[in-house]
Design a protein around this ligand. Structure first.
Ligand code: SF4
Ligand code: MG
Length: 328
């Protein structure tokens, strides 16, 4: 079965996903230099797969990723090394991604050495500088990952990602394993680093509240597809897709009286190996009609340069912006 995950990067292009699990399907997007682009959806919707495909950490079966206008498949070994330096990823669980037998100096210094960026004493100084940049003490460089808190470990992961002087950093749920108070610190750090180094950020998250204030644009994914693509403010002011509307309703309002978020959606996410026919969201959509069960909605242009994949987004808008109808 042909899968047409399409992803444009820097100039335009496409990439495709594994065939067995349809984790990412027909996705086409373009990340602009210097922006913070967020990919949001429930777990199992393919967000992480998309992130890994972009870095070619997993191979696509078809399609392609363009980086600065060139297919990453056509790159020589040498060019691929440069790409691997310029595109870095930060993972959800920094503990799992840091070698427990290496101390912090070696963890952060490894990419500096690998890319031949500094040697000897200079490398030492570079590691100290990287640690200070992410808010860690160079005096702690001889410690091992288990000696740090979760937030500090994420800072180590960020220092390592910065070591190769990247242009783009993908954060795969970079704060979802952390306490809420620590989440804000790491988000602030990422925003500061973005300013300081002119980075492009791609943040994968399941929580819209986390990325609201840091992202310029948001792609909402459901079962491997992008269902809405929009500037962040537009998305929050006026969500077009019923799934986005449901995600927004689920954000808890901070209030001493009402602590529990409104119920999100009926039912679980269907299996990505056998997505529902027609609109993949129809099994959970309060607006679903017969057409939705039969015909797959394409991601189409909506107002203000936005994109939405829903047969009835106009009707839903006209019926009452953002209101969630009772299920039939
Ligand atoms: Fe809901 Fe139909 Fe729109 Fe899908 S196409 S989101 S089922 S109204
Ligand atoms: Mg994931």
């Amino acid at each position: 079965e042909g899968i047409d995950l399409v992803k444009h990067f820097g100039g335009g292009g496409l990439l495709s996903s594994p065939t067995i699990v349809r984790a990412v399907d027909g996705v086409s997007l373009q990340v602009k230099r210097g922006e913070t682009f967020a990919i949001v959806g429930e777990s199992g919707c393919g967000k992480s797969t998309l992130g890994r495909l972009l870095l070619r950490l997993i191979e696509a079966t078809a399609g392609d990723v363009l980086y600065e206008g060139r297919s990453i498949r056509s790159l020589s070994q040498r060019e691929m090394r440069r790409l691997r330096r310029e595109l870095q990823i930060i993972f959800q669980d920094p503990f799992a991604s840091l070698n427990p037998r290496m101390n912090v100096r070696d963890i952060v210094g490894e990419p500096v050495a690998l890319h031949g960026l500094a040697h000897g004493n200079e490398r030492r100084e570079r590691v100290d500088e990287l640690l200070r940049t992410v808010g860690l003490l160079p005096a702690h460089a001889d410690r091992y990952p288990h000696e740090f808190s979760g937030g500090q470990r994420q800072r180590i992961g960020i220092a390592r990602a910065l070591a190769g002087e990247p242009k783009l950093i993908i954060g795969d749920e970079p704060v979802s394993a952390l306490d809420v108070s620590i989440q804000a610190q790491i988000i602030n750090l990422l925003e500061d680093l973005k300013e300081q180094f002119g980075l492009t950020l791609v943040i994968v998250a399941h929580d819209l509240a986390v990325i609201r204030h840091m992202s310029d644009r948001i792609a909402v994914m459901y079962l491997g597809e992008i269902v809405e693509l929009s500037e962040t403010d537009d998305l929050f002011d006026n969500p077009l897709h019923p799934y986005t509307q449901a995600l927004l309703t689920a954000i808890p309002v901070p209030s001493p009286v009402n602590r529990t978020p409104k119920p999100l959606l009926q039912g679980d996410v269907p299996s990505p190996t056998a997505p529902p026919p027609g609109c993949r969201f129809h099994t959970r959509c309060p607006h679903a009609k017969a057409l939705c069960r039969e015909q797959h909605p394409r991601l189409e242009a909506a107002e203000g340069g936005r994109k939405v994949a829903c047969h009835f987004w106009r009707e839903i808008q006209n019926a009452g912006a953002g209101s969630i109808a009772a299920p039939p």
